[in-house]
Design a protein around this ligand. Sequence first.
Ligand code: PMP
Length: 292
Amino acid sequence: EAARERLYHVNGSLVTPDEATVSVDDRGFRYGDGAFETLRAYGGTIFEAEAHFDRLERTCSTLGLDHGLTREDLSSRITETLAANDLEDAYVRLSITRGVQPGKLTPQPTVEPTVVIWVKPLARGGLEGTPVWEGPATLQTVKTRRIPDAALPAGAKTHNYLNGILARKELHDADEALVRDLDGYVAEGATSNVFFVDDAGLHTPTLEGSVLPGITREAVLELAGEASIPVHEGWYEPEDVRKADEVFLTNTTWELRPVERVDGLECEAPGPVTALLSRLFAERVERQCYRE
Ligand code: PMP
């Protein structure tokens, strides 16, 4: 049987990749004027769906992008796309741009949004599955600094990913960038949040800094609290991460990814706290998505 072509959801219709096109005048293309979310379906259910939709809503409200679509509508488009591609365990990306508007930078109130959903298979992770990453990550502190919250609100997940791209471009033999803010404090990875463990417990940079509020980050903090692991959200320097006992990264696709080296210095990967939190995370996925 010939492999079926992947279907994309573009402005309300399921189309083949060839038909999945947007205008060159689209503001998402011209200016990065769009919001997006990366989500993950396990057994056909979106993990932490409400948290993702809450963040999307906050991003759109930051951009003043009134797309006029309900959560139910967006979520049924995702379900439709998964079903059309015969996928249950999948990566899902949802983008909403301000669409085409007459040629001025200043956004106009009337929005005909461009709404695109991409899905691709992602093997079930967690307890019974295999993580998407091949092994523990290596981290490298980069020169590129995180765009400050005061310039581009860090809580908004927009189409502007050049900051992360420039950070990744600096990497030599490392998987992820350790990105600092303008004052030199650790912010996050190019597409992940950073955690480390020392004698005092679990640490991650505070959201008061320029850090994307990761959905996985939030779940891990909750799980650590429930497991009575002391949790600290603070201001840290790369040196604190380098000398930690354990380091791991979080994002929707990686879940928790242990780190084995930071700027050439080794750490246990996974260490006991990372292993415990990975198991608790897998159980949360199991409870939310696989058990009816
Ligand atoms: N920080 C950045 C800059 C990211 O792009 C991502 C990936 N969305 C994350 C953190 C992790 O967020 P999440 O756990 O919601 O995937």
